[in-house]
Design a protein around this ligand. Structure first.
Ligand code: ATR
Length: 289
């Protein structure tokens, strides 16, 4: 990438998180600005929980165009927004803010990022497909919502804490009138009968981030037609390794990371995101790291 040239006209964007120094978003957002020759910059801002409100005021004070919001602020931030889109209202979390003339509007790009990644990188249409979803946390709620909006036929939810799986089922019923949901107890996840019917497996849990983590599914249960999507991106999970070994189509979380960033980019700039260049910058950075 060419040298940055900061001027009085430079538009600021960034990410608020804590910790945040490890964030990969600056790599591909700055690459996207560079690609379009925009005098914009994306900076990680370390914001402690007790400073979140003043940090949000600073967006207005410094005319920052927008920020991403990451751990641990995604829920808390919603209290301080001037406006929010429908999905933020339903989910109670936001990961993107747009500063519209001093008014802060919240969005969540995880669901849309996941879906675009699945369709554009995975070449997979979820329409009328049966999904096996691991997890029932924030990511699972966003992803399940995007799948339901895209007409999946049904969702099997499997989560270590079964009560949370039932909460997600209830959420899909209440907010989307989607009732074709079955909760699978975590210890029954390798039950053979389930797997024959499944078209798409999505792992939204953190299982696989550490080398010693268990494999979520026994390899023998992965049928050749299934598509495996694992949102973990810091390493190759046992699930992705098993899929690759069996020549099964799969994607890891790096694809979703770029696409959710691409959706944020478009919210700020109103321009289509240069996804190819963003991915290239990210993969080059990771290779060097
Ligand atoms: P996120 O916003 O990334 O979804 P989260 O809301 O904290 O994060 O959700 C984490 C998910 O990973 C949950 O579904 C969690 O299961 P529990 O609801 O039982 O906590 C799941 N998870 C984390 N560690 C796990 C583990 N060791 N085994 C199984 N599931 C795990």
């Amino acid at each position: 990438m060419a040298n940055l040239s900061i001027t009085g006209e430079t538009t600021l964007t960034g990410v608020f998180g804590w910790p945040v120094k490890h964030s990969l978003s600056p790599v591909f957002q700055n690459a996207a600005f560079h690609f379009y020759n925009l005098n914009w910059v994306y900076i990680p801002f370390e914001v402690k929980p007790e400073h979140l409100k003043v940090a949000l005021d600073a967006i207005r004070i410094f005319s920052i165009k927008g920020v991403n919001i990451t751990i641990p602020h995604k829920k808390e931030v919603v209290k301080h927004l001037d406006d929010m889109d429908e999905e933020v209202r339903i989910l109670g979390v936001a990961n993107t803010i747009v500063n519209e003339n001093g008014l802060l509007k919240g969005y969540t790009t995880d669901g849309m990022g996941f879906l675009r990644s699945l369709k554009e990188d995975g070449n997979f249409s979820p329409k009328e497909k049966l999904v096996f979803l691991f997890g029932a946390g924030g990511s699972a709620f966003a992803i399940a919502g995007s799948l339901v909006r895209n007409d999946v036929s049904g969702i099997l939810i499997c989560n270590r804490t079964i009560e949370k799986a039932y909460s997600l089922k209830e959420h899909l019923k209440r907010n989307f009138r989607f009732e074709n949901v079955e909760v699978i107890p975590f210890e029954k996840r390798n039950d053979n009968e389930i797997w024959k019917k499944v078209d798409l497996i999505v792992n939204t849990t953190s299982v696989g981030m550490k080398e010693e983590d268990i494999a979520l599914i026994e390899s023998k249960n992965l049928n050749e037609e299934v598509f495996v999507y694992d949102i973990v991106y810091n390493r190759e999970t046992a699930l992705i390794s098993a899929a690759k070994q069996k020549n099964i189509r799969c994607l890891n979380g790096l694809s979703m990371l770029v696409f959710q960033g691409a959706v944020s980019f478009t919210l700020w700039t109103k321009m289509a995101a240069p996804v190819k260049e963003m991915k290239k910058a990210l993969f080059e950075f990771i290779k060097k790291a």
